[in-house]
Design a protein around this ligand. Sequence first.
Ligand code: FE2
Length: 259
Amino acid sequence: MSTVKKIIGAIYRELKDTLFWMKVPNNSFKEKGVSFHSNFIDEDTCNELKDLAENIFLDKQELNKDSWINIRERETKGKVDTKVKAIFSFNKNSKKLDEFIESRKLQNLFEKVLGYELILRNCCLQYDEPDTETKRSFHTDNNPPPSFKAFIYLTDVDETKNGPFSVIEGTHRKARYLRLKNIYYNLTNNLPTSNMDKYVPSKLETPFCGKKGDLILSTQTLFHRGNPDHSEKTRYVLIFYFSLKKDGPYPEFKLGKAS
Ligand SMILES: [Fe+2]
């Protein structure tokens, strides 16, 4: 498809996205594209899940057959996010986590905030060692239509040097022109269309520091990144991947799976 057609498609999706957000209840999530909720799960559960991940990374035999490990360094040939690894479908390894998902405590909150029904596509454990060299800069996970993520820290992320999730608030709705400019630049330079680091708003990013058990809800059309000042402490975080139910059904979730 030609670049012109791709840009026209991107403009059309931005317009549709404007309508999507009009129906979201008026709250700070709609305004900022992100919200923070303290103490969402208890400290013991966080420690238990962190220990479980450590055991699996030490001994791959411990990994459930329906779960898989992704090493970003391998995937990006040592170029981007080289200190990140993840266990996808992590809940297959933990009855407690499975029960937490089945309780719908998280999903009910997210759907209430958003005013749309969601589908949980995957629950992943992400491990980020300190990295000030190769972290991916500002990006979206995808351009409209939006996807959503919930992050629960399993370790304390007290300062920017502990690598908090960082966003430029409001860019899901208020940076449409910049998003399109980035898309055009990416298309003409053979780069991923989700890179948002060429044209960045002047507004400063907000780092979401927090304690273990704290929750962040986010729309992934926001300009975001892992904080590049991450120089101390490995971060363990649960990441829940959500998609809009109305746009389903979706194909099997295979992100990070070896093909
Ligand atoms: Fe991302």
